[in-house]
Every structure is written in C-alpha cells, then in structure tokens.
Design a protein around this ligand. Structure first.
Ligand code: NAD
Ligand code: IPM
Ligand code: MN
Length: 350
C-alpha cells in the first residue's frame, strides 16, 4: 500500500491540501496517508520548522504531498528556524533537483488572466526549474565592509554536473512534447550562466530532434507576457525559475492554478508535490484559496511517483470539467469557497 506523506504546512497550505487529499481518497487507489507538521507549524510543534519525524516520514514515504509554508510571525527568526528553511531542507535532503512547473490554460479561464484571451489561448508550457543549487544554496551571510558598512551576500554557482542533470530533464521533457526547449539564463553577465549555456548547448547535439534556443532572463520575462503560448519547455536555474513560474501563472489565470512536481529522478521516485504558491497570509483562514493547484499537484504525484497516468488524467479532466461548468474561486473571478471548489472537482470525478 503506497504511503503518502501529507505535509500541510501554514496559512492556506492546510486548506488546499485537504481538498487534494479528498480527491486522492475518492479515487480509491488503496493509498495510505500520514500527516506531519512542517514550516511554522513544525516550529510550533517542536521548535524546528523541519522536525526530525517529519523529514523521516518524507524519506520513508512513496511520495510527499506538500501544502505551503510561511508565517509572518516567524519572519524575524534566525534563517535556519524560519518556515522556508523546512522546504529548502526537504528539497535538499531528498535530492529533488528537478522541479516541473506546468502552466496550462484550462478552457474557460481565458478571461481570468489579465492578459488578452488571444495572448493566452493555447498556453501549454512547462518550466523545468533546477531546485537544489544556484544562489539559494551558495554561501551566504553578512559582514562589514572596510568602510564600516553592513553588507549581505549570497553566492550564485552551478557546477557542470548540476547543470547536466537538469538540462537532461529539459531535453527529455521537450522530446516528449512539442520538441522546443528554451534555456533561460543571464550569460551576458553571469559566469554561472555562461557555464549553464555551454553545458546545455553541448547536450543539444544529443537531441537533434529538439529545437534548442537560448534566451536571457529579462527577455524571457517580457516574452512570457508578449507571447507565452509560443514556449514549449523552458529550462532554467533555481532563482530565475522561481520568478518566471509565478509570472507564468498569471497567463493561466491565477497562481492558484499551478501545480508542481519536485523529483530526484525522471520518474518512479519518491518526489514531492506542491502548488507553486505560498501560504497566502492575506487570505488564510477564510476559505477563499483556490485548491486547484494542490489538486493538480496530486495528479502529478500519481503520474510521476506512482506511475498511474490514468488516475492522473482522471483528476485533470475533473478539474477541467468543473472549470468548464463555471466553478470559480475568488482569484478566478468567482464566489466558491475552497471546499466548494473541491466539491465541484469531486463531483466530476465519478
Ligand atoms: P503567496 O504565493 O503566498 O501569495 C501571493 C498572492 O497570491 C497573495 O495575494 C495570495 O492571496 C495569492 N494566492 C496565493 N495562492 C493562492 C491560492 N491558492 N488561491 C488564491 N489566491 C492565492 O506569496 P507571498 O505572499 O509572497 O508569500 C507568503 C508566504 O508564503 C511567505 O512566507 C513565503 O515565504 C511563503 N511561500 C511559500 C511557498 C511554498 O510553500 N512553496 C511558495 C511561495 C511563498
Ligand atoms: C517556491 C517558493 C520557495 C522558493 C520559497 C518559499 C523558499 O517561493 O516554492 O516557489 O523560493 O523556492
Ligand atoms: Mn516561488
């Protein structure tokens, strides 16, 4: 019986994860679930955002269903005690280097995006974000300059092995899709990016069927607004991928629509699945959050960790059907509560 670790976290994390779990349970796949606190909830329970028992559960499980972390009450704590440290800690401990962030426009949501319908029509892209390297995990700290000024620093770096493994995921993904891979970097300025571009370019020779392009990240941000549907697969580093995926979410109507899979291998491994959004303190506890990103993350869990493509598609079709009938939370211009949106998806599962 596959074990799913459920880590709801903070803010709207528990609210949206509840709906994702209900959908998984409704499929009757014989899954077992075990829940544990993480983030601010982990800190309150044990004095650390990533309690030992939570990490042990994540390691032992066949897959992790993650909500969101982040709590303004803990923003002033030392960095290693803040909620965010738990998320970065699990990603690192599980070796989840590949973060797949698909952004698709569900039919009927054309008007939910602030972009014109003709701009977002046909949107079906995947951002492949490197997840355990880059400026996130380099040396960081603060010091005093010779002039006596306070200075903060974060070192950005990638080695060629780190770039190679994520580039491989990008090419393999593109090969299975529309065969277009856009590698996004800042090679005109950063040495990290020059190495990135060299490694990706060399790998391109192994994939003659994939059309490889390179784009600077500033241009990519612009193109994602000008003509987002022109992209197929984007492969990029940790920081650029974080920013571009939030931006891409608005092409799909809302950040509440984008799921993600974080993987240590192409498939079959115990990955982690979470919406790309955070704990949304501004709407937490009000039943307003859109659970679609969490529900679609559960679909990705079935696809990538349990290799159950049919069940993954059942969930995705149920979300599409609910949206097609007009089910909308506030972020999509509707009035449904989080639970009512979950109900709408559940009623389409049958
Ligand atoms: P956020 O994603 O939490 O919220 C940004 C905006 O989007 C808010 O207005 C919020 O109400 C809205 N929003 C987000 N998810 C939504 C949903 N499902 N339905 C409707 N509206 C939604 O980003 P933030 O405000 O910058 O960060 C808040 C906290 O979350 C911070 O502590 C941050 O570190 C953390 N965070 C965690 C994750 C994660 O757990 N993976 C991701 C991003 C941010
Ligand atoms: C995300 C979040 C995290 C990130 C934060 C909360 C550490 O923004 O999952 O996109 O930057 O990776
Ligand atoms: Mn983010």
């Amino acid at each position: 019986m596959p074990l799913i670790a459920v880590l709801p976290g903070d803010g709207i994390g528990p609210e949206v994860t509840r709906e994702a779990r209900r959908v998984l349970e409704a499929l009757d796949l014989g899954l077992s679930f075990e829940e544990a606190p993480v983030g601010g909830a982990g800190y309150l329970a044990s004095g650390h955002p990533l309690p030992d028992a939570t990490l042990a559960l994540a390691k032992r499980a066949d897959a992790v269903l993650f909500g969101a972390i982040g709590d303004p009450r803990f923003e002033k704590l030392e960095r290693h005690l803040r909620p965010e440290a738990a998320l970065l800690g699990i990603r690192k401990a599980l070796g989840l280097f590949a973060n797949l962030r698909p952004a698709t426009l569900f039919p009927g949501l054309e008007d939910a995006s602030p972009l014109k319908p003709e701009v977002v029509n046909g949107l079906d892209i995947v951002i492949v974000r490197e997840l355990i390297g880059d400026i996130y995990f380099g040396e960081k700290g603060h010091r005093t300059t010779p002039d006596g000024l306070r200075q903060g620093y974060d070192v950005m770096s990638y080695d060629e092995q780190e770039v190679t493994r994520i580039a491989r995921v990008g090419f393999e993904m593109a090969k299975r899709r529309r065969k277009k891979l856009c590698s996004v970097d800042k090679a005109n300025v950063l040495e990290t990016s020059q190495l990135w571009r060299d490694v990706v370019t060399a790998m391109g020779a192994e994939y003659p069927e994939v059309e490889l392009t390179h784009m600077y990240v500033d241009n990519a941000a612009m193109q994602l607004v000008r003509a987002p549907a022109a992209f197929d697969v984007i492969v990029t580093g940790n920081l650029f991928g974080d920013i571009l995926s939030d931006q891409a979410s608005m092409c799909a109507g809302s950040i509440g629509m984008l799921p993600s899979a974080s993987l240590a291998a192409w498939s079959g491994a115990n990955g982690m699945y979470e919406p790309i959004h955070g704990s949304a303190p501004d709407i937490a506890g009000q039943g307003k959050a859109n659970p679609c990103a969490a529900i679609l993350s559960a679909a990705m869990l079935l696809r990538h960790s349990l290799e159950d493509e049919a069940s993954a598609q059942r969930i995705e079709k149920a979300v599409a059907a609910a949206l097609a009938k007009g089910a909308r939370t506030a972020d999509l211009g509707g009035t449904l509560s989080t639970a009512a949106m979950g109900d709408a998806v559940l009623s389409e599962l049958q």
